[in-house]
Design a protein. Structure first.
Length: 212
């Protein structure tokens, strides 16, 4: 199955708009057309995707962080569950957001941007299907600007801030994951960037192809 473009050429994400919009207002980008601290206590948050749907165990999420996300956290959990991904759990995605560098904590992505990550997660899930992998580790997904600024090696215009990028680790050599991602992209699965690193693969759906 080949997905349609995440960001059609008629409405691309402008990299300059990502970089230029950073600051107190966050990332001032157009919505896409597709529309821990070890000392911190943990909390068990269970939310339902539907009234009779499965529950998401967020026992690994810090209590203070969960509280600060407010009512968006259960709503976001329901959204992720309804994506019905095969190899990526809502718990994994949410825990990738609930991280800190020192006193700087990451947050959930803006609600109007959720579908961007939904698309990118489906791409990663499709790559896992191609490789017959049943478990994908999400190392990093959305990064708010303040948190991104404290991530080692992160660029100020990182696509993680636009909620279209994930760093993933499969139970196999990252070079194989990178090669498979590029092959599926070149066959029309998505348009975006694929970056190969020694221990993970970066995948984004920015709307134009880039390799590194």
């Amino acid at each position: 199955m080949i997905f349609p473009e995440a960001f059609p050429s008629s409405d691309p994400i402008d990299r300059r708009s990502v970089i230029g919009g950073l600051g107190l207002a966050g990332l001032g980008m157009l919505v896409s057309s597709t529309s821990a601290s070890a000392a911190m206590p943990k909390v068990s948050v269970q939310t339902q995707a539907r009234e009779s749907g499965p529950q998401t165990d967020l026992s690994g999420v810090p209590e203070d962080w969960a509280r600060n996300q407010g009512s968006l956290l259960p709503e976001y959990s329901r959204y992720l569950t309804n994506l019905k991904l095969k190899s990526i759990s809502p718990q994994q995605v949410i825990e990738s957001h609930a991280k800190s560098h020192g006193s700087i904590w990451n947050t959930l992505p803006p609600k109007s941007w959720w579908t961007r990550m939904g698309y990118t997660l489906r791409v990663a899930d499709r790559i896992a299907l191609e490789m017959n992998v049943h478990q994908v580790e999400i190392i990093s997904a959305y990064r708010c600007p303040a948190y991104n600024a404290h991530c080692e090696g992160a660029k100020s215009g990182s696509w993680h801030q636009a909620n279209v990028a994930v760093d993933v680790k499969f139970p196999m050599r990252p070079s194989l994951v990178t090669a498979t991602a590029r092959d599926l992209r070149n066959r029309g699965l998505f348009k975006g960037g694929v970056g190969g690193y020694w221990n993970f693969t970066h995948i984004d759906s920015r709307g134009e192809n880039r390799d590194w």
